[in-house]
Design a protein. Structure first.
Length: 281
């Protein structure tokens, strides 16, 4: 299999390690190469990439939207979200998908299945590209409330508007959200706030959180974000960002290979890798 990743900057990506594990588990040989593309060279480099005999590749920041005009086909889910993180190459044609939102939901279901058994509510913090994917994945689930908080309320409104017939929640500022925290079972942080090297930053205060709430942060560097530390101190359940990375990768790999992957099997090894790097840093 010839696989890879496009984005900028991507030198520290953990995706090559993840996909090597998946290749091994699936009994396939192949490689996963980092194609770091400088924004000034995007158009030329994409044309060159099309000449290569790749089986598929992932797309990360800042190209999840920019890649769309270069696709031959895009699936409905990725089209609605307006972002693509997985491209499958078949007979020279590029097909775009998005596994980010479903990746997070799949990871959460493995660890906290009760959240998806009905009558539960989720609050998404942030209204960027990652938030869109997660929102659409969540409203397909049995949740009776999915709300969004954002600095700019209109951006959160526009996410809800795309699927307004299925709207099941409110739009908040962060200040408003802080007052309503006790009414949510799941809180998902989707912005880059708190990401290395700004480890001390935190998007909201969790003063009013209930002890049985699950707090999920999609940031995985650092492993313990300030938000997750506070959640843990308040007795809440925490869900670290590396699990979403692993599960979005699993779903991408399954699109490329049509083979089923057991991501859970790789999780302990991945955790050890991240923790050893954290200790070195
Ligand atoms: P991505 O595609 O990775 O989700 P993005 O589209 O740039 O990234 O979205 C970034 C999100 O993080 C947005 O919700 C943004 O808030 P605004 O919509 O108000 O701009 C949020 N964000 C980024 N930096 C922030 C900060 N310092 N404080 C609060 N929110 C922030």
């Amino acid at each position: 299999m010839e696989l890879g990743l496009i984005g900028y900057p991507i030198q520290h990506s953990k995706s090559p390690w993840i996909h090597q594990q998946f290749l091994k588990q699936a009994g396939l040989s192949g490689e996963y190469i980092l194609y770091e593309i400088h924004p000034d060279q995007f158009v030329e480099e994409i044309k060159q990439l099309k000449q290569l005999s790749l089986d598929g590749f992932n797309v990360t920041v800042p190209y999840k939207q920019k890649i769309i005009p270069y696709l031959d086909e895009i699936d409905d889910h990725a089209q609605t979200i307006g972002a693509v993180n997985t491209v499958v190459c078949r007979n020279g044609k590029w097909h775009g998908y998005n596994t980010d939102g479903l990746g997070l939901v799949t990871a959460l279901k493995v660890r906290y299945p009760h959240l998806f058994e009905g009558n539960k509510s989720a609050l998404i913090l942030g209204a960027g590209g990652a938030s869109r994917g997660i929102y659409y994945a969540l409203i397909k689930e049995k949740l009776n409330r999915v709300s969004i908080a954002n600095r700019t309320k209109s951006k959160a409104e526009s996410i809800m508007n795309i699927n307004s017939q299925d709207r099941r929640g409110e739009v908040f500022t962060y200040q408003e959200a802080e007052c309503h925290l006790a009414s949510f079972d799941l809180i998902i942080q989707t912005t880059s706030v708190g990401m290395y090297p700004n480890n001390s930053e935190k998007i909201i205060n969790l003063t009013h959180i209930q002890p049985d709430t699950v707090v999920s942060d999609i940031v995985y560097q650092p492993f313990w974000t300030s938000l997750l530390r506070e959640a843990h101190q308040k007795g809440a359940q925490v869900h670290h960002g590396h699990e979403m990375l692993l599960y979005q990768g699993k779903l991408a790999f399954e699109y490329w290979t049509n083979k089923k992957i057991n991501a859970n099997e790789i999780l302990p090894k991945f955790l050890t890798l991240l923790q050893s790097e954290n200790n070195k840093g």
